[in-house]
Each structure stands twice: as C-alpha cells, then as structure tokens.
Design a protein around this ligand. Structure first.
Ligand code: SAH
Ligand code: SF4
Length: 382
C-alpha cells in the first residue's frame, strides 16, 4: 500500500490516514502495528493533535514522530450557534478558502453535514455552492477533520455516547467527484478505533455521478441519497446539468444496483421545491411513475434562497399538494424542516469561501459571512 497523501510540506498528515495506511507508515519506521493503532486512537478517539499528549507511547517514539509526521486539522475560523441548537463552523483550508460544517441536533440523533470539495464544478442552477464555482477537492484530512472538530466541540452525552451520531455528505461539493479522499475519510468514520459509525449512519448524497456510484458499491457502501429534483430528463438536464451526461434511466439503473449492497434497503431521493418549476401535481404524478419499482423515500426540500438566484421557494400549499400525490401512491415522504435559519446553515446555503479557479464564474467570490459569535484563533495545535 502506498504511503498516503494529505502531506503537509514533506511530512505526511496522520489525521488523513486510514488505520491500514498508518500501519504501513509505522512499519516503514520499524514500529509494530499496535503503535499505529494507539496513535490512530489518540487522534480520533482522543481528539489529540499533539504527540506529547500520547502518554502511553514510548518517549523515544513521541520524540521521533514530530520529525517525520504532523497531525493537522483545518484551522477553526468561526463558530456560530443557532437558536434551535444548530451549529456552524467555518474552517480555513488555506489560500483564502473556507468550508462550512453544520451540526443539526434532533431528538434521537445528532447529524453532521460534511463538505467534500471547495465549491462544486457541477453547477446545479439552484445551488449556492455550485454558483460559487470550483476550487479544489478536499484532502482526506480536511474531510475527516470536520468530524474531528465537531466531536471536540460537541463531546459526549451523559451515557458516554458521542453527540455526533450521524454524518451526511451533504455539505459543499459533490462527494463522488472526490472519490478517493471521500471513501478514505468514510473508512475512518466507520473504523471502531476512530468514530465507529455504522454504515447506516453515514449517508452520501450525490447528484448522480453514475460510474462512481458503481465504484462506491464495491469500495465503501454507505446509506445513499440522490438529488433527483426533476421527474424527466428535459427538466433535469437544466436543473442538474450532470444529467446530460448520465440521464435518468442510467442513474436509476445504477441506484437499483447499488441497493443490493447498501446498508439500508432504500434510497432517499432529495427533491428541492422550486416555485412553478418542478412542483406541480403533474410533476408529482410523473415522479411516481419514474420511481416505480425502486425502494425509496422522498425528502422534499423547500428551496433556500441566495442572492441573484432565478428561483423562488414553492408555497407551502404547493409542497403539501406535491407530498399528497406521492403519499397517495404509497411513497414515504418527509418535508425537510429548515434548521439554523438565523445562521444561514440551511441546506444549499453553505457558502464558505471559494476562490474560484474553474474560470466558470468571472469574478472571485468571497461569501458574505454572517457575524461570528466567537472567533477562535485556535488552529491545529489547540
Ligand atoms: N453534491 C451533492 C451533495 C451536496 S448538496 C448533491 O448534490 O447531492 C446537498 C443537497 O442540498 C442536495 O440535494 C442539493 O440539491 C440540495 N441543495 C442545493 N442547493 C439548495 C438550495 N438552495 N436549497 C435547498 N436545497 C439545496
Ligand atoms: Fe454541486 Fe450538489 Fe450543488 Fe449540484 S447541488 S452544484 S452537485 S453541491
């Protein structure tokens, strides 16, 4: 196995290594596998980014490690808390770029919404991340670093369970367009020596990068959400342009195939509700036909506005009418509650800071960040 990426300067970043990768790295130093496991646990169980704190390592190893490796999480820039308990962190990923991470508390779980890229190249017309353009893929360390930070901030409940119990890859970016780093980060999420999440508690959301959905089935099957947003190719070609490359018939076939290996026996279809665009009863009837024979649940997402977007949110009446048509056809439907409204933490509003390198947008856009409630100067060494 190759020694992993996620290096800072010449030194590899241990935060982004899976346990097998760390074992290889330690073996190359002449260290036993259990040493790799100890360090891996310190980082992910203990939230430690300082070799000196790893008290059960031999002093000689503690002194050697900083010479050959680093443990570096993205720097925490701001933290915001919503009235409803939602939290949002802005993490600095260098060269003027920032990514946002959101924690959403619910009665029976705590869900972390994790980003996979700085911006997104897929350019869905209703999405604020897409409109900001694309800068780069996040490294494995930057992806797992979001969970690492959130666990440090949220801690454990009185029973000793982690407050962050679920992860959804629904932040900025298209996770299947950053396949290797996302799957390595998910390996760490699932590892019992790290976060120990079950596959059912990790959900990957994709707009439909079909070849990589096939690879995901083999490499790291987790719960699946697919951003559908339209009941036919003509409309989906416009809203979700990657549909022009991988149209609905191909996407639905690959979902059927994926479900054979998935930890949950259904796919969640996300459907953003755009006033007058995709929200009529006729669209709903067409959708029912489209998904016939696929085990699925629907999540209707009231569209969240952002400046200069050519859309409006569907009325509550339209959303309910749409939901009723699906329900009458026997489908399970939820309407997503908008959380963290007061801190712009809602789905599709994650702006972060994207210095667009894709040349797709003409200007460099820095998001208008809301005023932080706390500024931490703390970085990787905090
Ligand atoms: N790229 C992946 C995951 C990130 S987006 C994907 O597209 O699935 C997570 C979800 O938010 C997707 O369903 C996306 O379509 C939706 N979304 C994007 N912009 C939105 C907005 N302005 N309002 C509501 N939902 C939005
Ligand atoms: Fe990218 Fe998803 Fe936004 Fe589309 S909806 S632009 S795939 S982040």
């Amino acid at each position: 196995m190759a020694v992993p990426q996620s290096a800072i300067g010449d030194k590899p970043n241990l935060l982004g290594m899976t346990l097998p990768e760390m074992t290889v790295f330690f073996a190359a130093m002449g260290e036993k596998p259990f040493r790799a496991k100890q360090v891996f646990r310190w980082i992910h169980h203990g939230g430690v980014d300082n070799f000196d704190a790893m008290t059960d390592l031999a002093k000689s190893l503690r002194e050697k490690l900083p010479q050959v490796a680093v443990i570096q999480a993205p720097k925490l820039m701001t933290e915001q808390k919503s009235k409803d308990g939602t939290r949002k962190w802005l993490l600095d990923v260098g060269t003027g770029n920032g990514i946002e991470v959101v924690f959403i508390p619910e009665a029976d779980r705590g869900t972390l919404c994790v980003s996979s890229q700085v911006g997104c190249a897929l350019d869905c017309t209703f999405c604020s991340t897409g409109k900001q353009g694309f800068n780069r893929n996040l490294t494995t360390a930057e992806i797992i670093g979001q969970l690492w930070w959130a666990n440090k901030a949220m801690g454990r409940d009185p029973k000793g369970e982690r407050i962050v119990s679920n992860v959804v890859m629904m932040g900025m970016g298209e996770p299947l367009a950053n396949f290797d780093n996302v799957t390595s980060a998910m390996d760490i999420m699932l590892d019992d020596h790290a976060y120990g999440l079950s596959r059912r508690r990790v959900t990957l959301s994709t707009s439909g990068v079909v070849p990589n959905l096939k690879r995901l089935k083999e490499r790291c099957p987790v719960a699946l959400a697919v951003s559908l947003h339209a009941p036919n190719d003509a409309l989906r070609d416009v809203l979700v342009p990657i549909n022009q490359k991988y149209p609905l018939a191909e996407l639905l076939a690959s979902i059927r195939d994926y479900l054979q290996a998935a930890p949950r026996d259904f796919v969640t279809f996300e459907y953003v509700m755009l006033d007058g665009v995709n929200d009529t009863a006729q669209h709903a009837h067409e959708l029912v036909k489209l998904v016939e024979g696929i085990e699925c649940k629907f999540n209707l997402i009231p569209w969240n506005p952002f400046p200069d977007a050519p859309y409006a949110r569907s009325s509550n009446n339209a959303i309910h009418r749409f939901r009723d048509v699906l329900q009458q056809a026997g489908l399970i439907v939820t309407v997503r509650k908008t959380r963290g409204d007061d801190i712009d933490a809602a789905c599709g509003q994650l702006a972060g800071q994207v210095v667009d390198k894709s040349q797709r947008t003409q200007q460099t856009k820095l998001s208008a960040l809301t005023i932080p409630i706390a500024i931490h100067s703390a970085g990787a060494t905090a």
